[in-house]
Design a binder for this molecule. Structure first.
Ligand code: GTP
Ligand code: SPV
Ligand code: MN
Length: 590
């Protein structure tokens, strides 16, 4: 009997375009072997076992952290490298002042020399992947070639990787090419190059996070933002969360906060006991692809299938969902260890570290036990609050968009934009204190429009115009807000408790969308009055609330003047409508 019906074609036979590309990369990089990823669980288990055997991964305490492993990256390779990340478009102006730019011919030539022979003695892995639900017309596919098995394991958790993705690529004929090698991890020979006009990415010299998991920031934000502009949608650094109020109505909200500024936590928020009847459903924690729908609303999908989240600070009080989620089948990167081999990180109220993230005996004089940018990789399916609509092919309808930053002062707890056009100005004006997610100084306030400064694959001037165009085409645009959970008092303490209590602010937004609650007009937008917020059971003083909802005209005049100066960099690419909104705000402040 013929068994053909039961035999699957070998992966290299599915797409001629992919196979041709793999062959050309093989010639350049000279790997010892090639492995195509099927994307099965057995394959993931086998790879994990192999890495445990070679010592690249360490198994964690089986009793308390079953199925969990620890990976230690090179100590000089622990965060994104924005200063080595380039957008390589034919015209420098298309990349814009917001990006490092290199001529594509020069970039290709440089990278070819780095990649030449770089996989000798290594295995080349081919990872076909789909960003977004495998059957969604909004999803987009790519193939990552890498010599890092750690990247393979991560990509298998973070994306829909394997055969089904390659089948879709074979049908569609189009995919993003991502070539990655860890190289020698030399920070002097480390580049993350993007060629949006060719839909390709070349990354060399880092094995970490956004530098190496090419489906994430490189594809789903930098390349996708470029594609989104030509196709009429938005690719954003946003979480997507469903909030069900006590009446049972669910509103979906998408929030753009810069790296390590609270997206994962808000996406999995636990309602405080004093707000009974609310339920929270996670759709995504880092990236949203937003499409105008036939009904005039904006519809969002999460292109990812897992979370690559910040570990420090996670505990049962701040985020019980995340804390439970990462107790099994989780890959930890750069955390410390307790005496009985449990992962340990700063902000954990139990246990004590004996080994630090570099594998040395823990010594507080040498800094924290876990690296501040230590991460967990875990399937979204492990999330107790995973939305039943997270895999919907058409996405979820968005009621509100929220921008936010980490600001000790100036930005109030929340304000509402007057309309979409003003909202684009509000998003463009985001500034935030830098975090450990990228190499460089932490805690310096910098401009981070739409939380996309490191991730927009083209000129911000064009991007803001694209935002204005998308909004103009929406019959039922979402309302737009700005929040700041990170205001501090004179002693440096947070004025707002944050985490679950942030629901009080989101609840005000939803009531605004339903036309049920008031606001006061301020120069920068509309703010809730203290009585508009549900403060039942909230442990915040009236003085603190007043401070959180205050707009200091002197500080704001300075803020707006700095913003105007920043916008000057974009010259004639700056949309006139944005300048007009800025003038309106300036006039209101004076
Ligand atoms: P990326 O994955 O880098 O894009 O980050 P993210 O935006 O998902 O940030 P995440 O939710 O992981 O939060 C980063 C850090 O901020 C963690 O240490 C959190 O504990 C802390 N954090 C999150 N939400 C709040 C909040 O509401 N208030 C305060 N004070 N800290 C918060
Ligand atoms: C971020 O830095 O915004 C992240 C982590 O989400 S990384 O995958 O490294 O980009
Ligand atoms: Mn992020």
């Amino acid at each position: 009997m013929a068994t053909a019906a039961y035999t699957m074609s070998p992966l290299p036979q599915l797409s001629r375009a992919v196979t041709d590309w793999v062959n050309s990369v093989r010639e350049l990089t000279q790997p010892r072997a090639i492995r195509w990823c099927e994307g099965t669980e057995a394959e993931a288990r086998e790879l994990t076992a192999q890495l445990l055997g070679s010592g690249e991964l360490t198994a964690l305490n089986e009793q308390y952290f079953p199925g969990c492993q620890l990976y230690r990256s090179a100590p000089n390779d622990v965060a994104r490298v924005e200063h080595l990340t380039y957008i390589c478009t034919r015209s420098q102006e298309d990349a814009g002042p917001n990006n490092h730019w290199m001529d594509p011919r020069e970039a290709h030539a440089r990278m070819r020399e780095l990649f030449r022979g770089c996989m000798r003695e290594r295995t080349l892995y081919v990872i076909p992947y789909c960003m977004g639900p495998i059957d969604s017309p909004l999803s987009r596919c790519g193939v990552e070639i890498t010599d890092s098995p750690y990247v393979v394991i991560n990509m298998m958790i973070m994306t829909r990787a394997g055969r089904a993705a390659l089948e879709r690529i074979a049908r569609e004929g189009r995919f993003v090419r991502g070539l990655h090698s860890t190289g020698e991890l030399d920070p002097e020979r480390r580049f993350i190059m993007h060629f949006p006009e060719e839909l390709s990415i070349e990354s060399f010299g880092s094995g970490y996070g956004g530098n190496a998991l090419l489906g994430k920031k490189c594809h789903a934000l930098r390349i996708a933002s470029w594609q989104a502009r030509s196709e009429g949608w938005l690719a954003e650094h946003m979480l997507i969360v469903g909030l069900q109020n006590p009446k049972g109505e669910t509103h979906y909200v998408a929030c753009a906060f810069p790296s390590a500024c609270g997206k994962t936590n808000l996406a999995m928020l636990i309602p405080p006991a004093s707000l009974p009847g609310w339920r929270v459903f996670t759709v995504g924690d880092d990236i949203a692809w937003l499409h105008p729908g036939a009904d005039g609303r904006l519809w969002a999908i999460n292109p990812e299938a897992g979370y690559f989240g910040v570990v420090p600070g996670t505990n049962p009080e701040t985020n019980r969902n995340a804390y439970e989620m990462i107790r099994r089948d989780t890959l930890f990167t750069n955390v410390g260890l307790t005496a009985d081999n449990q992962p340990w990180w700063e902000g954990l109220k139990t246990g004590a570290p004996v080994v630090d993230w570099q594998g040395r005996p823990y010594d507080p004089a040498r800094g924290p036990a876990a690296h501040p940018n230590s991460r967990f990789t875990v399937s979204a399916k492990r999330n107790p609050s995973y939305s039943p609509h997270a895999e919907d092919a058409r996405g979820v309808p968005i009621s509100a968009l929220v921008f936010g930053g980490r600001r000790r002062e100036v930005a109030p707890l929340v304000y509402e934009a007057r309309d979409w056009q003003h909202g684009v100005l509000v998003g463009a004006s985001v500034a935030s204190e830098t975090t450990a997610a990228a190499v460089g100084q932490v805690g310096v306030t910098r401009r981070d429009p739409m939380a996309m400064q490191p991730f927009c694959g083209y000129n911000f001037g064009d991007y803001w115009q694209h935002w204005l165009n998308v909004g103009a085409g929406l019959a039922r645009p979402p309302r737009i807000y700005h929040v700041n959970w990170f205001r501090r008092d004179a002693q440096g303490r947070f004025l707002w408790p944050g985490f679950g209590e942030n629901l009080r602010v989101l609840s005000w937004m939803i009531d605004r969308c339903n036309g049920k609650v008031g606001a006061s007009e301020a120069a920068i937008g509309r703010l809730p009055r203290v009585e508009d917020l549900d403060t039942r059971g909230l442990d915040v003083t009236q003085e603190a609330l007043a401070a959180l909802l205050a707009v200091d005209p002197t500080l704001w005049r300075k803020e707006v003047a700095e913003f105007r100066e920043y916008l000057g960099k974009y010259g004639n690419r700056l949309p006139p409508a944005l300048l007009q909104e800025l003038q309106t705000t300036e006039a209101r402040l004076h």
